[in-house]
Ligand binder design. Structure first.
Ligand SMILES: [Mg+2]
Length: 186
């Protein structure tokens, strides 16, 4: 796994204090392509197994990972459930409101300890409500502007893996000492 040094002390401090990670799906966990697979499957997206593995490692190390997405397709739900994540905030049109619910669900974690990673126009205001807003490299310009940290990876191509490396690189206590990955397809 490559290592990524925090570019600034501010980024390192923010990365080290994260207790909850929320993530967008389309354009973040996927490469933003979608195609019609016919009924009854509907719309489908392309995911990276490597990002799936990274999400599993992060969650198993003790940092909760929660999808927060407008995507409400059956394929996304299956993918999220396969990764062991709560599918409760899929099809969300109000990400700010949903973020409040997610924080409450996780022991009223303070907003400053939340990391949200995304790519879209609707992620930009979320970045303003959390301790660490992270944009993928090919995010919408508004999201890039609002983010505290812009990844080198584009959406759907190891962005979550890079984020994991950055959290570990900043010695986030939740991620120290656990690099286990589930066997089998992820
Ligand atoms: Mg998106």
């Amino acid at each position: 796994m490559p290592s990524f040094e925090a570019r600034t002390e501010d980024q390192r401090v923010r990365l080290a204090s994260i207790e909850l990670l929320t993530f967008d799906i389309d354009g973040t966990l996927t490469d933003a392509t979608t195609w019609w697979a016919g009924e009854p499957v509907g719309w489908v997206q392309r995911y990276s197994v490597r990002d799936g593995e990274a999400l599993l490692r992060i969650a198993r190390a003790g940092l909760p990972v929660v999808p927060l997405s407008r995507n409400k397709t059956a394929s996304a739900r299956r993918r999220i459930e396969h990764l062991g994540c709560a599918p409760d905030w899929l099809g969300v049109t109000d990400k700010i409101g949903a973020l409040e619910q997610i924080r409450e669900r996780h022991g009223a974690v303070a907003a400053q300890h939340v990391l949200h990673v995304g790519d879209g126009l609707d992620d930009a205001p979320v970045f303003g409500q959390v301790g660490l807003g992270v944009a993928v490299a090919d995010a919408h310009p508004e999201a890039l502007r609002a983010a505290h940290l812009v990844l080198e990876a584009v959406g759907g191509a190891r962005a979550i893996e890079e984020l994991e490396a950055r959290l570990r690189g900043a010695n986030n206590p939740r991620l120290l000492g656990n690099r286990e990955t589930k066997r089998g397809p992820t």
